[in-house]
Ligand binder design. Sequence first.
Ligand SMILES: Cc1cc2nc3c(=O)[nH]c(=O)nc-3n(C[C@H](O)[C@H](O)[C@H](O)COP(=O)(O)OP(=O)(O)OC[C@H]3O[C@@H](n4cnc5c(N)ncnc54)[C@H](O)[C@@H]3O)c2cc1C
Length: 430
Amino acid sequence: MKKYDLIVAGGGLAGVAAAVAAARDGMSVLLVEKSGSLGGALSGGLVYPFCPYYTEENGEITKIVNAGLFSEMITRHNEKIVGHFLPAEPNIRLKDGDIRRFKTEYFKMVLDDMISEYGVDVLYHSMIYDVTYEDRKIKSIMASTKAGSLELEADFFVDATGDGEVFYLAGCDHLLGREGDNLSQPMTTCFRVCNINIPLYIKELPELQRLYKEKRASGEITNPRENILQFYGLGEGIVHYNTTRIVMLDPTDPLELSRAEAEARRQVYEVVDFLKKNSKAYKDAVLVSVASEIGIRESRKLRGMHIITEDELFACTRFEDSIALGNYDVDIHSPDGTGTRIRKFDRDKYYTIPYRSLLPKEYDNLLVAGRCISTTHEAQSSVRIMPICVSMGEAAGVAMAEAKHSGKNAHTVDIKKVQELLINYGAQIY
Ligand SMILES: Cc1cc2nc3c(=O)[nH]c(=O)nc-3n(C[C@H](O)[C@H](O)[C@H](O)COP(=O)(O)OP(=O)(O)OC[C@H]3O[C@@H](n4cnc5c(N)ncnc54)[C@H](O)[C@@H]3O)c2cc1C
């Protein structure tokens, strides 16, 4: 394989954004992904919808805080679905929440389009399992492919694997889960059911929730989640469920992760069975889709040049090296059982994400983007959402390209210049 300017590890939203942003700025880029499609949690994990990515005052949107490449993705998605759905379906803001909806399979294709149009090379079905490094430089990554092992070399690397696989293999300082007991937020396998009479289902829901709680209390239902969590907007009669909950298992332990996959599917059956038996709206309902991979909310987080805290988010700290914004709540699904701690973020405010939280202490040619950047457990529960992951990825790609063009590295790159470039590309950083 040829040597690339940049290798992006992981083709989730952060990875796609990093790869596209770097290629847009003239880098040769290879994106390495273990599955067969892009989007990560959005595609393999069926995660839906987008958490809010805008500020609001009196119900009106006042600022899109995750703009830039995220706006481009949304625009391309909206163009792609034109004519495929009823007039009410395009993703325009009909009422609160509508601009957070998207069609998963179309979004996946949009990511393919972008990667190919910006000229990024992709290796699907390629699992990164090792890293070579010397002094403060990552030299190559090793990927297991259909043709055996490949050594992939580049001048710069972005770790967008969600689990921080590259920085872990390279020995960077990191934190697994939360301080103290290293427990991560629960894992969840999302699933979708079609042919539901949705108006009737919505009427039945309060009673279904009551009954669900009763059956949990009696031990008949074993899922530790406190209620049934569902979302609409995917199409006529389709309901999306984000309601299984796997606690106390380590997403980075191969055996525990495998147990989690099987146990989550058992919980999918448990919920569907409960609804089939207790909901009239479920008379013709069919379980049509179970995520091909369990969704991991949290695992390893870099301990980089800056560790973002919950206090910093809620103080709306304006970091001088801001490269992205966010305004989602602190949203911690209990790592050890029932309950969810939600600390609401004021809808008219936003916080900044400093470049230093993408920057490992140990290496000069590595940046981290996405849910595994350098934060505390609490702050991660806010910055991990999909729109913010895109913004972080875009910033990482732009920073790497600027480092290359100016003969600098990830530590010495001119951050003011990176900020200027991001603003020129339509990203919001203040
Ligand atoms: C159950 C659940 C519900 C959520 N709900 C919402 C929601 O409603 N709204 C919202 O906005 N956000 C939500 N989130 C958060 C959000 O989906 C994720 O945090 C975000 O998508 C993470 O993006 P990422 O690019 O950092 O990582 P990921 O999406 O995890 O992507 C990482 C990619 O790297 C690849 N990879 C990993 N290891 C390797 C390796 N060794 N070699 C090669 N490739 C590798 C993976 O296959 C994957 O494609 C939810 C998350 C979960 C799990």
